[in-house]
Design a binder for this molecule. Structure first.
Ligand SMILES: NC(=O)c1ccc[n+]([C@@H]2O[C@H](COP(=O)([O-])OP(=O)(O)OC[C@H]3O[C@@H](n4cnc5c(N)ncnc54)[C@H](OP(=O)(O)O)[C@@H]3O)[C@@H](O)[C@H]2O)c1
Length: 304
């Protein structure tokens, strides 16, 4: 574990507003970017709730983290974004335990997978978009009941720029597409939903911010090189950012004074590399947002 000295210097210098003693919930902290973000938040003195689907893996990570960050509290709450029942139980637990949420980081995500979620949605759209949508909708009234600001951080991806909407085949069930096109749509939907939230709750205590990690060498990215025609490109992954650098947009979003609806991420080399900054959102992120929200609520209305 342990952060590099360079990362610590960055965090000491850039993270202006203290999060010491504040509670931050983070999904997908058992691997890659989420794991490093968790460590960076602990370094800054936060208490964490790791929302994880794999209890054993999360317990093992908790033990490793707590050895180094002894003054912080780390709890594990089960959450499988591919199960609406699990999402409901998780949200109920947050409310029942009156968790004083300062920041909620929706970081978990998948790149590909042929399976379906427990509720029958194709895995990538079902996890990255539908699961996150239902989770957030279930928690919003609770967040609003808190007497302080709640920072809601949604992890997008530069791939949203390649995403295309098609409500005649929202889940790609009629016409098969490659994994990248499916993943890109899931992140475009999440980006549009985040802008919707930022606008709708602008005058409330909920501050929605988007982050993206650029391109980082994690399990998710390495999955892209699994198809036979991609294997030859796998060595390219070595030039991508480390998860430790790519994750910095998360502490940045939680500690800097950024406007609701901002996108934070690297902005060198086509937004794929570098330290976090405020990025410009592509025009397509702002179009037909209402249509997406009405459509999504139509699908999940009994679950939110
Ligand atoms: N890596 C990149 O270059 C890149 C670029 C743009 C955006 N992103 C985004 O960054 C986020 C983190 O990705 P990563 O690269 O760090 O990938 P990763 O190493 O594969 O980590 C993904 C995390 O999500 C969790 N997860 C997956 N499905 C889940 C589910 N159904 N319920 C709960 N948790 C689930 C995983 O849990 P397990 O440990 O149990 O598998 C893991 O902790 C994702 O949203 C991804 O789309 C990554």
């Amino acid at each position: 574990m342990s952060l590099k000295e360079k990362t610590k210097r960055y965090l000491n210098k850039k993270c202006k507003n203290s999060i010491e003693g504040k509670t931050i919930v983070i999904t997908g902290a058992t691997s890659g970017i989420g794991l490093k973000a968790a460590e960076e938040l602990l370094y800054l003195g936060a208490n964490l709730i790791l929302a994880a689907r794999n209890k054993e893996k999360a317990e093992e990570i908790k033990q490793r983290l707590i050895e180094e960050y002894k003054d912080s509290t780390i709890d594990i709450y089960p959450l499988d974004l591919a199960s609406l029942d699990s999402i409901k139980k998780f949200a109920t637990r947050i409310k029942r335990n009156k968790v004083d949420v300062y920041g909620f980081v929706n970081n978990a995500g998948v790149f590909s997978g042929k399976n379906r979620t427990i509720d029958g949605y194709p895995l990538v759209m079902g996890t990255n978009y539908i699961g996150t949508f239902v989770l957030v909708e279930r928690l919003l009234p609770y967040f609003m009941s808190l007497s302080h600001e709640v920072k809601l951080i949604n992890t997008s991806s530069i791939s949203y720029k390649s995403g295309k909407m098609n409500y005649n085949d929202f889940f790609f069930e009629k016409k098969k597409k490659n994994a990248f096109q499916i993943y890109s749509r899931s992140k475009l939907c999440l980006t549009k939903y985040s802008i919707y939230l930022a606008n709708k709750y602008m005058d409330s205590n909920i501050k929605t911010i988007m982050t993206h990690p650029g391109i980082a060498k994690t399990e998710l990215l390495l999955n892209m090189f699994k198809p036979w025609y991609m294997r030859i490109f796998k060595p390219v992954a070595n030039i991508f950012m480390t998860p430790e650098k790519a994750s910095l947009s998360i502490p940045y979003a939680l500690t800097e004074d950024v406007r609701c609806g901002s996108l934070i991420g690297p902005n060198h080399l086509f937004d794929g590399w570098g330290y976090p900054k405020i990025n410009k959102l592509a025009k397509k992120a702002y179009s037909e947002i209402e249509q997406l929200i009405v459509y999504t609520k139509g699908i999940v209305k009994k679950d939110i």
